[in-house]
Ligand binder design. Structure first.
Ligand code: ATP
Ligand code: MG
Length: 660
């Protein structure tokens, strides 16, 4: 279908971005990834993954089968192989003589530090594996983990993997109710938690939320409690066990439980940007293979020299794949940090980069835009010259934020990898390969070798280069979700019913003239203005390209004449005050950058935007405000007061700003 029919879903292709960054030959010379990987994988996709699985993962029993897709949409990868994820992440490095290598440099928010080598990690995970078994956890039983970002979170996850007990990590910032529903859904037998953690300079309690979550009864038999802050905790005799007491008494040697490749490794709930979170579950062999491959090639990891830092929390999939399993399976040395970027001051991250000589940094656009808001003087006060590669994940990175990231943090020299993936995909799917790809600011660019993605129209036909539509994955991949825990029907409906035979990611995307992929926002957020389908991402990026704007969120609000109208919410960069001309200036800026059709009907300057706890903008709540409705389900919102402030701001706004 080449002609634009009235029902065509094609997004208008408006914003153009012409800046290009070819690979630095010196970087390419030593890069892990080579352009030939694409051709190799294209010629024999399953053979390619089988080779990666053999090369990157240690198997207790080698597999002979690669992919079984006969039970689609549930894939089986390497199904007759046996392995253990914890053995791959820890023991084998010690056996290979790397026991003294630092696995974790832990930086606590109050400034306390701990260093764990791979040998330390082996001892600790062995002890905790014994403790869990002693508490009655058998292979296949689920364990909920509700901890701050402390080494025990990593150790607990690995200890579960060691005994074949799927973990369900619940972000430590979630409420008792969120924890209760996740424990119930996964039927967890044990909860691992802490007395509390440090957040913005104070010790905040965690254990009371667990007590509240368990108050009504349920499947949990024991609570294992890490002492982190030393605050008083209520104690339920017979149920609660101190981590340090149990661990001290446990033997330091433990034989990992070998499991089949398709044995469940974890359950994890999506971040809830679009609605009720889904309990995604992943299995062992395929997940580890793609996780190790992507971590090695997308981040160009050199295990013996790099210091890697992913700023995510282990409560999100990024923490699972790119703090716990990817880096440790690859034998990396990494930094983990407990606190927020602005405690005790707004340069804390840059201080940490300088202190540990971090060479690879992986973070989210929300953090980059926040740093833009705070100003470039702060990173400038620290020596960031150790950085050689930067990564981004979680949302589209606006081209201007990409440029800022590269110039201010990357010293104008580091490649940036914009990585598209989801809780459901388990590992990175679309990303440039550093040293191989010419980078385009704002684009995730190309499916990785061995991954098949496309952009299709309403009838599932691939759109031509230059066209827009829906992002789909057209072939099974090793780290793909094996389902929604306990709900195969929801799994089929959510991902496989929109385009039969294709995995529908829920995101809009376009292909540029080279066929590179640009993510355009969630399809639920696409706006239809006078029959033009506009992307939230493009208009937001146009706003962020104005020198006074740090961050923007755009929604479509019902409009009598145009069907929907563009309503924007912006945060100004540090040092910029809103004046009487700001809104008009920004409206004209958008019109100039992408065309009059995209000009916002109204723009509201705000101090904060509503975000999930993982830092993603929740546009559906802004749409409620823009359409003067009661704000919908905001339980996954990080800061509930943000919406009140915005609603009040919109009510106050002068009508003049809403007229053209
Ligand atoms: P829910 O599915 O519950 O609404 P969520 O989609 O935010 O939550 P995640 O699995 O954490 O939960 O996020 C995956 C989504 O994040 C992707 O579908 C996409 O919308 C967005 N995303 C992640 N990385 C990128 C990226 N590099 N560019 C653009 N969007 C991205
Ligand atoms: Mg999602």
């Amino acid at each position: 279908m080449t002609e634009e029919s009235p029902t065509s879903p094609s997004l208008e292709n408006l914003l153009t971005e012409d800046r290009r960054f070819p690979p630095d030959p010196q970087f390419s010379e030593h890069a892990n990834a080579h352009p030939e990987l694409y051709a190799w994988a294209a010629a024999d996709r399953t053979g390619f993954w089988a080779d990666q699985a053999r090369e990157l993962i240690s198997w207790h029993r080698p597999f002979t089968e690669v992919l079984d897709w006969s039970g689609a949409p549930v894939a089986r990868w390497f199904a007759d192989g046996e392995l253990n994820a914890c053995y791959n992440a820890v023991d084998r490095h010690v056996e290979a003589g790397h026991g003294d290598r630092v696995a974790l440099h832990f930086e606590g928010e109050p400034g306390d530090t701990r260093t764990l080598t791979y040998a330390d990690l082996q001892r600790e995970v062995s002890r905790v594996a014994h403790v869990l078994t002693g508490l009655g956890v058998a292979t296949g039983d689920r364990v909920a983990i509700y901890l701050p970002m402390i080494p025990e979170a990593v150790i607990a996850m690995l200890a579960c993997a060691r005994i074949g007990a799927p973990h369900s990590v619940v972000f430590g910032g979630f409420s008792a109710e969120a924890l209760r529903s996740r424990i119930a859904d996964a039927e967890a037998k044990v909860v691992v938690t802490a007395d509390g953690g440090y957040r913005r300079g104070t010790a905040s309690a965690l254990k009371p939320a667990v007590d509240e979550a368990l108050a009504g009864g349920g499947p949990v038999e024991h609570v294992l409690v890490v002492r982190r802050t030393g605050q008083d905790v209520a104690w339920t005799e017979g149920r609660d066990v101190w981590w340090h007491e149990a661990v001290e008494a446990a033997p330091t040697e433990h034989t990992p439980v070998w499991v089949e490749a398709e044995h469940p490794l974890f359950i994890l709930y999506t971040s809830g940007t679009t609605g009720k979170p889904k309990g995604i579950f992943h299995t062992t062999g395929g997940y580890l293979t793609q996780t190790a491959f992507t971590h090695l090639n997308v981040f160009d990891l050199k295990a013996d020299t790099d210091v890697y830092w992913c700023t995510a929390d282990v409560g999100w999939v990024t923490g699972h794949t790119y703090i716990v399993y990817g880096p440790l399976v690859n034998g990396a040395t990494q930094v983990i940090y407990e606190g927020t970027p602005d405690t005790p001051h707004r340069a804390r991250w840059w201080e940490i980069v300088a202190k540990y000589k971090v060479s690879i940094l992986y973070t989210a656009p929300t953090a980059i835009r926040t740093c833009m808001k705070w100003g470039e003087e702060l990173p400038g006060q620290h020596d960031l010259s150790s950085l050689r590669l930067l990564g981004s994940v979680g949302e589209s990175i606006n081209p201007e934020a990409w440029m800022w990231y590269r110039r201010v943090i990357g010293g104008d020299r580091t490649p940036i990898v914009d990585t598209w993936w989801q809780t459901e995909t388990g590992a990175i799917m679309i990303s440039p390969l550093p040293g191989a790809t010419t980078l385009k600011p704002g684009s995730a660019q190309v499916p990785l070798p061995g991954i098949s993605a496309d952009v299709v129209d309403d009838e599932a036909h691939p759109v031509p280069n230059g066209g827009g539509g829906y992002l789909v994955l057209t072939e099974p991949w090793p780290a793909m979700l094996r389902g929604i825990w306990g709900d195969p029907q929801r799994f089929a409906d959510t991902y496989w019913s929109r385009f039969p035979g294709l995995y529908f990611a829920g995101d809009g995307a376009k292909k540029d003239e080279d066929g590179d992929i640009w993510l355009l926002g969630r399809v639920d957020d696409v706006m239809n203005v006078s029959g033009h389908r506009l992307s939230t991402t493009e208009i937001e990026s146009a706003l962020v390209s104005h020198p006074s704007v740090a961050e923007a969120a755009v929604v479509g609000a019902a409009d009598d004449t145009t069907g929907q109208a563009v309503v924007a919410f912006v945060i100004l960069r540090g040092g910029n005050e809103e004046t009487s001309g700001t809104v008009e200036e920004l409206r004209s800026h958008v019109a100039r950058a992408i065309g009059p059709i995209a000009k916002p009907r109204s723009i509201l300057v705000v101090a904060e935007l509503p975000k999930t706890r993982s830092g993603k903008i929740m546009r559906r709540l802004l749409r409620d405000v823009a359409e003067h409705r009661a704000v919908g389900d905001a339980t996954t919102l990080a800061d509930a007061s943000v919406m009140d402030l915005i609603s009040r701001g919109l009510d106050k706004q002068s009508p003049a700003a809403s007229e053209d």
